[in-house]
Design a protein around this ligand. Structure first.
Ligand code: HPA
Length: 250
Protein backbone atom coordinates (compact mmCIF):
# COMPACT_ATOMS: atom_id res chain seq x y z
CA UNK A 1 0.00 0.00 0.00
CA UNK A 2 1.06 3.55 -0.69
CA UNK A 3 1.35 5.73 2.40
CA UNK A 4 1.98 9.16 1.02
CA UNK A 5 1.17 11.44 -1.89
CA UNK A 6 3.35 14.32 -2.98
CA UNK A 7 1.82 17.24 -4.81
CA UNK A 8 4.51 18.98 -6.83
CA UNK A 9 4.33 22.71 -7.43
CA UNK A 10 6.19 25.10 -9.72
CA UNK A 11 9.67 23.73 -10.37
CA UNK A 12 8.64 20.23 -9.37
CA UNK A 13 6.68 18.83 -12.29
CA UNK A 14 8.60 15.59 -11.97
CA UNK A 15 10.27 13.92 -9.04
CA UNK A 16 13.62 12.91 -10.54
CA UNK A 17 14.43 10.62 -7.62
CA UNK A 18 11.11 8.73 -7.80
CA UNK A 19 11.64 5.26 -9.29
CA UNK A 20 8.46 5.12 -11.34
CA UNK A 21 6.53 1.85 -11.37
CA UNK A 22 3.27 2.91 -13.06
CA UNK A 23 1.03 5.78 -14.08
CA UNK A 24 -2.73 5.84 -13.58
CA UNK A 25 -5.36 8.16 -14.99
CA UNK A 26 -7.94 8.68 -12.25
CA UNK A 27 -11.40 10.09 -12.97
CA UNK A 28 -13.38 11.90 -10.32
CA UNK A 29 -16.91 13.29 -9.95
CA UNK A 30 -15.26 16.73 -9.92
CA UNK A 31 -13.51 16.40 -13.27
CA UNK A 32 -9.98 15.69 -14.35
CA UNK A 33 -7.01 15.92 -11.99
CA UNK A 34 -4.01 17.90 -13.25
CA UNK A 35 -2.22 14.77 -14.52
CA UNK A 36 -2.12 10.98 -14.30
CA UNK A 37 -0.94 9.79 -10.88
CA UNK A 38 2.67 8.65 -10.91
CA UNK A 39 3.38 5.72 -8.58
CA UNK A 40 6.89 4.74 -7.60
CA UNK A 41 9.52 4.19 -4.93
CA UNK A 42 11.13 7.04 -3.05
CA UNK A 43 13.48 6.61 -0.10
CA UNK A 44 12.65 2.89 -0.15
CA UNK A 45 8.87 3.38 0.21
CA UNK A 46 5.97 3.59 -2.17
CA UNK A 47 4.82 7.09 -2.96
CA UNK A 48 2.47 8.67 -5.45
CA UNK A 49 3.20 11.95 -7.19
CA UNK A 50 0.87 14.51 -8.79
CA UNK A 51 2.16 17.65 -10.53
CA UNK A 52 -0.34 20.37 -9.53
CA UNK A 53 0.20 22.48 -12.66
CA UNK A 54 0.11 19.51 -15.05
CA UNK A 55 3.00 17.52 -16.56
CA UNK A 56 4.05 20.46 -18.78
CA UNK A 57 3.39 23.18 -16.16
CA UNK A 58 0.46 24.59 -18.16
CA UNK A 59 -2.29 25.01 -15.53
CA UNK A 60 -2.16 28.39 -13.75
CA UNK A 61 -2.81 28.48 -9.97
CA UNK A 62 -6.37 29.86 -10.26
CA UNK A 63 -7.33 27.19 -12.82
CA UNK A 64 -6.02 24.13 -11.00
CA UNK A 65 -8.88 21.69 -10.33
CA UNK A 66 -8.04 21.36 -6.64
CA UNK A 67 -11.14 19.30 -5.93
CA UNK A 68 -10.32 16.73 -8.62
CA UNK A 69 -6.71 16.52 -7.43
CA UNK A 70 -7.58 15.95 -3.78
CA UNK A 71 -10.40 13.53 -4.65
CA UNK A 72 -8.07 11.53 -6.92
CA UNK A 73 -5.41 11.42 -4.19
CA UNK A 74 -8.00 10.13 -1.73
CA UNK A 75 -8.96 7.42 -4.23
CA UNK A 76 -5.36 6.14 -4.33
CA UNK A 77 -5.85 5.13 -0.68
CA UNK A 78 -3.08 7.28 0.83
CA UNK A 79 -3.71 8.95 4.16
CA UNK A 80 -0.91 11.52 4.06
CA UNK A 81 -0.13 14.31 1.63
CA UNK A 82 2.94 16.51 1.35
CA UNK A 83 2.26 19.55 -0.80
CA UNK A 84 5.22 21.40 -2.25
CA UNK A 85 4.66 25.13 -2.75
CA UNK A 86 6.89 27.85 -4.18
CA UNK A 87 6.39 31.06 -2.19
CA UNK A 88 7.54 34.62 -1.71
CA UNK A 89 9.00 35.62 1.65
CA UNK A 90 7.32 38.37 3.67
CA UNK A 91 8.57 38.36 7.28
CA UNK A 92 12.20 38.78 8.30
CA UNK A 93 13.63 35.27 8.59
CA UNK A 94 11.55 34.07 5.63
CA UNK A 95 13.01 36.32 2.96
CA UNK A 96 16.08 34.53 1.67
CA UNK A 97 15.62 32.47 -1.48
CA UNK A 98 16.15 28.79 -0.72
CA UNK A 99 14.55 28.96 2.75
CA UNK A 100 12.36 25.91 3.41
CA UNK A 101 9.26 26.58 5.53
CA UNK A 102 6.80 24.10 7.04
CA UNK A 103 3.83 26.41 7.67
CA UNK A 104 1.55 25.86 10.65
CA UNK A 105 -1.16 28.37 9.71
CA UNK A 106 -2.86 29.68 6.62
CA UNK A 107 -4.84 32.76 5.59
CA UNK A 108 -6.99 32.39 2.48
CA UNK A 109 -7.14 35.44 0.19
CA UNK A 110 -8.26 33.47 -2.87
CA UNK A 111 -11.70 33.90 -4.43
CA UNK A 112 -13.93 32.19 -6.94
CA UNK A 113 -12.20 28.82 -6.69
CA UNK A 114 -14.22 25.63 -6.23
CA UNK A 115 -13.16 25.31 -2.61
CA UNK A 116 -15.37 22.70 -0.96
CA UNK A 117 -16.85 19.22 -1.33
CA UNK A 118 -19.63 20.26 1.06
CA UNK A 119 -22.01 22.27 -1.14
CA UNK A 120 -25.82 22.16 -1.22
CA UNK A 121 -25.77 18.73 -2.90
CA UNK A 122 -24.87 17.36 0.54
CA UNK A 123 -27.86 16.02 2.47
CA UNK A 124 -27.10 18.38 5.34
CA UNK A 125 -24.95 21.42 6.04
CA UNK A 126 -21.45 20.22 6.98
CA UNK A 127 -18.73 22.21 8.74
CA UNK A 128 -15.20 21.05 9.53
CA UNK A 129 -12.67 22.17 12.11
CA UNK A 130 -9.71 24.03 10.62
CA UNK A 131 -8.14 25.53 13.75
CA UNK A 132 -4.84 23.87 12.91
CA UNK A 133 -4.99 23.66 9.11
CA UNK A 134 -1.94 21.41 8.69
CA UNK A 135 -1.38 17.91 10.04
CA UNK A 136 0.88 18.38 13.06
CA UNK A 137 2.29 14.82 12.97
CA UNK A 138 3.36 15.17 9.36
CA UNK A 139 4.78 18.65 9.96
CA UNK A 140 6.90 17.28 12.78
CA UNK A 141 8.05 14.37 10.61
CA UNK A 142 9.26 16.79 7.93
CA UNK A 143 11.01 18.97 10.53
CA UNK A 144 12.67 15.88 12.02
CA UNK A 145 13.81 14.71 8.57
CA UNK A 146 15.37 18.12 8.00
CA UNK A 147 17.27 17.89 11.31
CA UNK A 148 18.55 14.39 10.50
CA UNK A 149 19.65 15.35 7.00
CA UNK A 150 21.08 18.69 8.18
CA UNK A 151 18.78 20.51 5.78
CA UNK A 152 17.78 23.77 7.43
CA UNK A 153 14.01 24.15 7.79
CA UNK A 154 11.87 26.90 9.38
CA UNK A 155 9.36 24.89 11.40
CA UNK A 156 6.45 27.32 11.49
CA UNK A 157 4.92 30.22 9.60
CA UNK A 158 1.66 31.55 8.25
CA UNK A 159 1.02 30.94 4.56
CA UNK A 160 -1.02 33.67 2.88
CA UNK A 161 -2.73 32.20 -0.19
CA UNK A 162 -3.41 34.73 -2.96
CA UNK A 163 -5.36 34.40 -6.19
CA UNK A 164 -2.68 35.05 -8.80
CA UNK A 165 -1.55 34.58 -11.44
CA UNK A 166 -0.14 38.09 -11.01
CA UNK A 167 2.12 38.75 -8.05
CA UNK A 168 0.92 41.10 -5.33
CA UNK A 169 1.28 44.87 -5.05
CA UNK A 170 3.58 46.19 -2.33
CA UNK A 171 0.51 47.47 -0.43
CA UNK A 172 -1.14 44.04 -0.61
CA UNK A 173 2.01 42.52 0.90
CA UNK A 174 2.05 45.19 3.65
CA UNK A 175 -1.53 44.29 4.46
CA UNK A 176 -0.70 40.58 4.48
CA UNK A 177 2.20 41.27 6.83
CA UNK A 178 -0.11 43.17 9.20
CA UNK A 179 -2.46 40.18 9.06
CA UNK A 180 0.39 37.90 10.13
CA UNK A 181 1.34 36.22 6.84
CA UNK A 182 5.01 35.16 6.77
CA UNK A 183 5.03 33.73 3.25
CA UNK A 184 2.83 34.19 0.19
CA UNK A 185 1.88 31.71 -2.52
CA UNK A 186 -0.95 31.05 -4.95
CA UNK A 187 -1.71 27.37 -4.41
CA UNK A 188 -1.97 26.72 -0.66
CA UNK A 189 -5.74 27.14 -0.69
CA UNK A 190 -8.27 25.68 -1.24
CA UNK A 191 -6.00 22.61 -1.35
CA UNK A 192 -5.41 22.38 2.41
CA UNK A 193 -9.11 22.86 3.21
CA UNK A 194 -10.21 20.23 0.71
CA UNK A 195 -7.68 17.75 2.13
CA UNK A 196 -9.13 18.35 5.60
CA UNK A 197 -12.68 17.84 4.29
CA UNK A 198 -11.65 14.38 3.06
CA UNK A 199 -9.82 13.54 6.29
CA UNK A 200 -6.33 13.53 4.75
CA UNK A 201 -3.30 14.37 6.88
CA UNK A 202 -1.84 17.24 4.83
CA UNK A 203 1.28 19.35 5.29
CA UNK A 204 3.04 21.89 3.11
CA UNK A 205 6.72 22.11 2.29
CA UNK A 206 7.20 25.65 1.05
CA UNK A 207 10.28 26.92 -0.76
CA UNK A 208 10.98 30.66 -0.75
CA UNK A 209 11.94 31.70 -4.28
CA UNK A 210 11.76 35.50 -3.99
CA UNK A 211 11.30 38.31 -1.48
CA UNK A 212 7.61 39.33 -1.73
CA UNK A 213 6.63 42.53 -3.56
CA UNK A 214 8.05 45.67 -1.95
CA UNK A 215 10.43 43.75 0.33
CA UNK A 216 13.46 44.91 -1.65
CA UNK A 217 14.03 47.98 -3.79
CA UNK A 218 13.75 45.83 -6.93
CA UNK A 219 10.64 44.53 -8.65
CA UNK A 220 10.06 40.76 -8.76
CA UNK A 221 12.37 39.07 -11.26
CA UNK A 222 10.93 36.01 -13.00
CA UNK A 223 14.43 35.04 -14.10
CA UNK A 224 15.67 35.03 -10.48
CA UNK A 225 12.62 33.00 -9.45
CA UNK A 226 13.39 30.40 -12.12
CA UNK A 227 17.01 30.12 -10.97
CA UNK A 228 15.93 29.87 -7.31
CA UNK A 229 13.32 27.25 -8.16
CA UNK A 230 15.89 25.07 -9.82
CA UNK A 231 18.42 25.26 -6.99
CA UNK A 232 15.82 25.10 -4.22
CA UNK A 233 13.93 22.13 -5.63
CA UNK A 234 17.13 20.09 -5.36
CA UNK A 235 16.92 20.53 -1.55
CA UNK A 236 13.18 19.80 -1.67
CA UNK A 237 13.83 16.52 -3.51
CA UNK A 238 16.47 15.40 -1.03
CA UNK A 239 14.34 16.43 1.95
CA UNK A 240 11.40 14.44 0.54
CA UNK A 241 13.67 11.41 0.16
CA UNK A 242 14.55 11.71 3.87
CA UNK A 243 10.94 12.24 4.96
CA UNK A 244 9.34 9.27 3.22
CA UNK A 245 11.10 6.53 5.26
CA UNK A 246 10.01 8.28 8.49
CA UNK A 247 6.34 8.18 7.55
CA UNK A 248 4.42 5.45 9.31
CA UNK A 249 1.50 3.63 7.72
CA UNK A 250 -1.80 3.95 9.51
N1 HPA B 1 3.62 35.81 -4.45
C1 HPA B 1 2.71 34.85 -4.71
N2 HPA B 1 3.05 33.63 -5.10
C2 HPA B 1 4.35 33.34 -5.22
C3 HPA B 1 5.35 34.31 -4.97
C4 HPA B 1 4.97 35.61 -4.55
O1 HPA B 1 5.79 36.51 -4.31
N3 HPA B 1 6.53 33.70 -5.20
C5 HPA B 1 6.26 32.43 -5.58
N4 HPA B 1 4.94 32.21 -5.59
Amino acid sequence: MTAVAIIGGSGLTNLKNLRITRREVIRTPHGEPSAPMVFGQLGGQEAVFLPRHGPGHTIPPHEVNYRANIWAIKLTGVSKVIAVNAVGGISPGYLAAGTLVIPDQVIDYTYGRAHTFFGSEQKKVTHIDFTHPYCEDLRQTIIQAGERAKISVVGRGTYGATQGPRFESAAEIRRMERDGSDIVGMTGMPEAGLARELGLCYASLALVVNPAAGKTKDIISIKDIETNLETGMASVRSLLEQVIPLIVYD
